[in-house]
Design a protein around this ligand. Structure first.
Ligand code: 5GP
Length: 114
């Protein structure tokens, strides 16, 4: 049997995390090493390894992840703005091979990102 990803273990409550929001398809948790005053991870319950391996049939799920980010930002009243980030692959800084969207807010963000 395939080893569960770190985020699957969080989703099934084998590993604790601060859960901020849960939907049928996704879990939103607080990042363990926050890079901004607000740093949440929007994680699909389905373990898609990374965006480059997402399938056409997962289009609706991918859209729902963005809408979940929007709902979380609205609930938290992040009216000054927020940034959504997906790290895809080693050079982009991906460290957990289970797709997730970072939501960062609460400080000014530089551009280009590091
Ligand atoms: P990546 O580097 O793959 O884009 O993002 C992985 C993120 O997961 C990192 O920001 C890292 O801090 C976070 N992370 C790693 N392990 C844990 C954990 O056990 N719990 C939580 N809540 N976040 C984690």
């Amino acid at each position: 049997m395939e080893e569960l990803t770190l985020f699957q273990k969080i989703i099934c409550r084998k590993i604790p995390a601060e859960i901020l929001l849960e939907t049928e398809e996704a879990l939103v948790i607080k990042d363990i090493a926050p890079q901004a005053p607000v740093h949440a991870l929007i994680i699909p319950k389905k373990p898609i390894p990374r965006i480059s391996e997402a399938e056409e049939e997962e289009a609706a799920l991918l859209g729902k992840l963005l809408l979940t980010a929007r709902a979380f930002a609205a609930r938290e009243k992040l009216t000054d703005g927020y940034r959504l980030v997906i790290n895809n692959g080693r050079m982009a800084g991906e460290t957990v091979p289970h797709l997730h969207i970072h939501l960062l807010a609460g400080r000014s963000m530089g551009w280009p990102p590091g």
